[in-house]
Design a protein around this ligand. Structure first.
Ligand code: FMN
Length: 367
């Protein structure tokens, strides 16, 4: 294993922003686990998140959880974020994480056109997306009407209101990886001619209205984190923004709508986003918006998401250098924290030899 030589101190500086304060710079990345029968997160899910909180994770972002729309998720063991039982379950999760001294936000999710007709939990529900196109451009359904899109906006707002009522520390909106919000961003999947379509800025309108509606529900002081990515599940090379100017035009409406923190999803945090600068996507986003940002992608691992195969541990030196320079504010850790609830604590205590490689068996259990 490649030992970390640099001090890990930058990772353990408190994060003090206006709306959220964290003891360190670590974030648990959202990871779908499929351990919530009938969409209800039970005690085992609460214990899973509590274990990370007990072991010094600064902020937990939950797995994607379905907003109140029949086609929001694909599968009956993905947690829902509506209905009495599911929300009660989430209330317990919050309670346990808070009791352990942690902070937690739910990731509000709608999968859009990645859902197949016949998928559980609502077999009859047709997938929905801006123009009814799959990520590969196949016409699968009719495009939703403007009113139907507005109803989707309100479903996110309902999730935000419930998150606040349940005592969560904020929300994260899943606008990445080719799911519903991202399908509105992407020209390949959004051919709409109403106000939710158009050029790069026009295609941000769905997200803008979601952010504004969530803000209306939660008030000015409740943190809204927005996750976005250039890459899509079916196309790792896709780009919403081909240069810094386009990225600025894309981010400005989102920042103005009320995003507090941008979560910039990349598969390898060290890769420069554009030629001529070392800055990664998070670095550019911070520079262009002035907002705090979360970086992510293969932290501490030598193989990237989404291969789901084994990955060995690597040195944290490159990450620490970028963090220390202030390129980004927070660091999300995915598979390492799925594998090992103690990952952050071990790093803090300098126990590099105890860090575990990622083993895909970890996907099968909820520990
Ligand atoms: C099992 C698994 C499930 C995931 N589910 C989600 C999800 O629900 N929402 C999301 O935004 N990203 C999801 N991701 C992506 C992670 O949040 C993260 O961006 C990715 O794993 C890269 O970080 P890593 O290299 O530290 O694992 C998932 C990743 C894994 C491994």
């Amino acid at each position: 294993m490649n030992q970390t030589k640099t001090t890990t101190e930058p990772l353990f500086r408190p994060f003090m922003s206006e709306k959220i304060q964290l003891p360190n710079r670590t974030v648990m990345a959202p990871m779908t686990r499929k351990f919530s029968p009938n969409g209800v997160p039970n005690e085992d899910v609460a214990a899973y998140y509590r274990r990370r909180a007990e072991n010094e994770v600064g902020l937990i972002v939950t797995e994607g959880t379905g907003i109140n729309h029949p086609a929001a998720v694909a599968g009956d063991s993905i947690p829902l974020f509506h209905g009495e039982k599911a929300l009660q379950g989430w209330g317990k999760v919050v309670e346990e994480v808070h009791r352990a001294g942690g902070k937690i936000v739910p990731q509000l999710w709608h999968v859009g056109m990645t859902r197949k007709k016949g998928d559980l939990p609502n077999e009859e529900a047709m997938p929905v997306g801006p123009s009814g196109l799959s990520l590969d451009g196949e016409q699968v359904t009719d495009p939703p009407s403007t009113e139907e899109v507005e109803a989707l906006v309100e479903a996110y707002a309902q999730g935000a209101a419930d998150a606040k009522r349940l005592g969560f520390d904020g929300i994260e909106l899943h606008g990445a990886h080719g799911y519903l919000i991202d399908q509105f961003f992407w020209e390949q999947t959004n051919r709409r001619e109403d106000r939710f379509g158009g050029d790069l800025v026009g295609r941000t309108q769905f997200a803008v209205e979601i952010i504004e509606a969530c803000r209306r529900e939660v008030g000015p002081d409740f943190p809204i984190i927005f996750r976005f990515s250039q890459w899509k599940m079916n196309d790792f090379e896709a780009k919403l923004a081909k240069n810094p100017d386009e990225l600025e035009r894309f981010l400005k409406p989102l920042a103005e709508a009320g995003v507090d923190i941008f979560h910039c999803s990349t598969r390898r945090f060290w890769e420069p986003e554009f030629e001529g600068s070392d800055l990664n996507l998070a670095g550019w986003t911070k520079k262009l918006t002035g907002k705090p940002v979360i970086a992510v992608g293969s932290v501490g691992l030598d193989g990237e998401f989404t291969s789901f195969s084994a990955a060995g541990t690597t040195s944290l030196d490159g990450l620490l250098t970028k963090l220390d320079k202030g390129e980004f504010d927070l660091v999300a850790i995915g598979r390492s924290l799925l594998q090992d609830p103690e990952w952050v604590k071990k790093v803090h205590e300098g126990r590099a030899d105890d860090l575990l490689p990622f083993d895909k068996e970890a996907l099968k259990k909820l520990y």
